[in-house]
Design a protein around this ligand. Structure first.
Ligand code: ADP
Ligand code: ZN
Ligand code: ZN
Length: 732
């Protein structure tokens, strides 16, 4: 808000700056300039200059204007952040108990996007000029330029197959001249009617429901609960088409970058062009383009990771959250927020439809649908008519492998059978590396991370021991660091690399591929390998949860789960739900398009309700039982949870502080406080961690309570950090 102070004739404004303070700061507006709420500005802050935005709060008129600093720069060329986005920022801050400035920082992620686009230098042939000597390389350059258009230097050298010095030589001889390249034109728009697949009746019904939701006041949320392969993507493409018809932008959130590539291609098949992409791996240049394109409206459809939710869309009219149950939508550091829940909030503020899609919805969304807060569309059958995979369990207590092996004969037999038919198998184990623990046979020494309470994981291909929590890397030593014996180190338990080794022992004639997020080569290699698998180019794929998600592998007929019990042991109230989701997803990869899929679960607990639900295929019974258990225990979504994590470099001090915090808690009958307890991951990056948990009934305003509580508690000192996690998903 602006405020004219008659005494000093200066305009002052509130500016939200990207730091962890609860309020906006007051600045003077340079004479003759105007700002409005949402205007993006640069302001001095201590010794630095930071990017912020003018905010809708009264500036502090009590401060002597002589003490105020001027806004140092106004980004006139960038549209001001609109009122809905500003409300969204405030809403997220309020909900997560984060600082609004830190939420704004997620919006202003690309500083370059605010600068006017720099002209790109290019080269062009000078009409009539000829080189002194026409070498073959020069000839190729000139032939490449025959059409008279401008090129970038590197683009030209690449296209002509010459080194940059050849181009430089021609420039020196004035055969070429430098010019400014015209700015890249806006990307072509998706074509609404480019190539629509004929939909099944069930798909059509759901698509029509989604299209109708555009006319509902407020839009509302629809949950598409459809089995793997039911064609949810094709259905929500129709919602995107409708948004485009209404001249609105659309955003699709995916949990995993590795899924992007296939999505881009499917989108192109449907709409004729690629959508814009937004995630941590895009180049700074593309980041700038997409941010600007979202703001200008040039980018009509963006597909991205959770952070895309904070792009400054000009006219957003639809958000789709695919694999909505996925834990990756929860950000756990800085501002801990759930992108799925905040997508619903953003839709609610701007009154447009939000679509959540999953084969295994979160219990929260399922309850919201059953209680009528969300609309529910179910797709119980695969679009291709293919039947769901036939699942069976192998009881590892009686049918397990011999010592030192991890794959039971029953599973190996199924892999051999699949291989003999020329089909693909997937072995799923949610453990990266070779072995989760290494120890010394002579003295019992265990390799632990020096900064975390976690074992180091052996990565045999790279000959390293790695901490999966902080990234600490050691070389595998020649001898035991404790007793100095040599050849006494043993690997305990399997990781994907070890399973790959077992497979090449057992079935050496099959080609295998390990898909795991930490394989060197990064996302590019991963993309290539996903494509190889999709095209049937590997007989046996061994993968972590990366392969469980969304991906469509047409030739995959068998999915073997190496350790179906892995996720069940945790003290996490969502352990059963998460394990069910993960295993249903991963076994759903089998026979997705053509049917005939098989799933094999290796388990020591064949009678566990999660395993039984998977085998029987009775998803609804599982959800009903899980929902009832949550209701009885007052757990989400029937109750509310917030975690408070206290961490610090000194263990005693951190624990003492956590205790003092509990003593300072305001008494309220509605709230149950648990802890402090040493976190399951008691130390991370050298910081000792204690957890507190607050539980309250659903209607209770937990945020206000927490605010009051933290204000009443002692000030954290000596490097202590207090982090609030509303609706925690991880309990480590
Ligand atoms: P989901 O996301 O529900 O698991 P997808 O949308 O990925 O399912 O579709 C699964 C497979 O079925 C894909 O190969 C897709 O191309 C195909 N498919 C979907 N709908 C149809 C349809 N109406 N006709 C033919 N094939 C379809
Ligand atoms: Zn030893
Ligand atoms: Zn570590």
């Amino acid at each position: 808000m602006l405020f004219d102070d008659p005494q000093f004739k200066e305009t002052i404004a509130s500016v939200l700056v990207p730091v962890a303070v609860p309020v906006a700061y007051t600045y003077k507006v340079p004479p003759g300039r105007t700002v409005v709420p949402g205007t993006i500005v640069k302001v001095p802050l201590g010794p630095r200059e930071v990017i912020g935005a003018v905010w809708d709060v009264e500036p502090d008129a009590a401060i002597n204007p002589k003490k105020l600093k001027y806004i140092s720069r106004i980004y006139d060329e960038t549209p001001p952040l609109d009122a809905d986005l500003r409300r969204f920022v405030d809403w997220v801050a309020n909900w997560t108990l984060g600082a609004p400035g830190m939420v704004l920082r997620m919006v202003l992620r690309s500083e370059e996007a605010l600068e006017p686009e720099a002209p790109v230098p290019g080269v062009r042939k000078v009409a009539g000029a000829d080189p002194e000597r026409l070498t073959p390389a020069r000839k190729r350059v000139l032939e490449t330029m025959e059409d008279g258009l401008a090129w970038t230097k590197s683009g030209l050298a690449h296209a002509a197959g010459v080194s940059a010095s050849v181009v430089d030589g021609l420039l020196r001889q004035n055969v070429l001249e430098t010019v400014e390249m015209p700015a890249a034109p806006p990307p072509p728009r998706p074509q609404i009617d480019y190539a629509q697949k004929p939909l099944t009746q069930a798909q059509l019904t759901t698509a029509e429901d989604l299209i109708r939701s555009f006319d509902r006041p407020g839009g509302g949320v629809t949950l598409i609960d459809g089995v793997t392969g039911s064609g949810k993507t094709e259905v929500y493409f129709e919602a995107i088409a409708e948004a485009l018809r209404r001249e609105k932008q659309a955003l699709v959130l995916l949990p995993e970058i590795a899924l992007t590539e296939q999505f881009l291609r499917r989108f192109e098949q449907r709409f004729g062009v690629y959508p814009a992409e937004w995630h941590s791996e895009i180049t700074p240049k593309n980041r700038t383009r997409v941010w600007r394109g979202a703001a200008s409206g040039d980018m009509r459809v963006v597909i991205g990771a959770r952070s895309a939710l904070f792009l400054p869309f000009k006219e957003l009219g639809l958000i789709v959250v695919d694999e909505e149950h996925d834990a990756a939508f929860k950000q756990d550091d800085r501002v801990p927020y759930s992108a799925r829940d905040m997508a619903v909030v953003r839709g609610h503020i701007s009154r447009f439809p939000v679509v959540l899609a999953s084969a295994t919805p979160s219990v929260e969304s399922r309850v919201n649908a059953e209680q009528g807060r969300y609309m529910l569309s179910e797709l119980p059958e695969r679009a291709s008519g293919a039947e769901l995979p036939d699942l069976k369990a192998i009881d590892m207590r009686t049918e397990g492998p011999e010592r030192g092996r991890w794959l039971a004969p029953g599973l190996v037999g199924a892999i051999l059978e699949t291989f003999a038919k020329g089909d693909q198998s997937l072995l799923f184990l949610n453990r990266r590396g070779y072995a989760p623990l290494t120890l010394c046979r002579a003295c019992g020494h265990r390799f632990q991370c020096p900064h975390c309470s976690a074992w180091l994981v052996e990565h045999r291909f790279q000959k390293t021991l790695v901490c999966h929590h902080c990234g600490h890397v050691d070389k595998v030593p020649e001898s035991c660091p404790s007793c100095h014996s040599t050849n006494t180190l043993v690997a305990c338990g399997p990781g994907v690399e070890r399973i790959a080794e077992e497979i090449s022992d057992l079935i050496p004639q099959a080609s295998t591929l390990v898909l795991s997020s930490d394989i060197s080569g990064g996302p590019e290699r991963l993309k290539r390998e996903m494509k190889i698998v999709e095209e049937g180019g590997a007989d046996i794929v061994i993968g972590t949860q990366l392969v469980a998600k969304g991906h469509n592998f047409p030739k995959m007929k068998l999915v073997g789960v190496v350790d179906a019990d892995l996720g069940l042991a945790h003290g996490d109230p969502r352990a059963a739900e998460k394990t069910f989701q993960l295993l249903a997803q991963v076994t759903g990869r089998a026979g997705r398009v053509t049917g005939g899929g098989k799933g094999v679960l290796q388990t020591y607990n064949p009678d566990h309700p999660v395993i039984r639900a998977l085998l029987s295929g009775d998803k609804h019974a599982f959800y009903q039982a899980e929902i009832e258990a949550r209701r009885a225990a007052g757990l989400p979504p029937f109750g509310r949870l917030a975690a408070v994590i206290v961490s610090g470099p000194d263990k005693m001090f951190a624990e003492g502080y956590a205790r003092a915090l509990v003593r300072a808690a305001p008494h309220d009958q509605a709230v149950t406080l648990l802890g402090p307890a040493e976190a399951a991951l008691a130390m991370v990056r050298g910081r000792h961690r204690y957890r507190l948990l607050a539980m309250a009934p659903r209607q209770f305003d937990l945020q206000s309570y927490l605010r009051q509580w933290l204000a009443a508690g002692p000030k954290p000192t000596k490097g202590l950090r207090v982090q609030v996690d509303i609706d925690p998903q991880q309990f480590i």
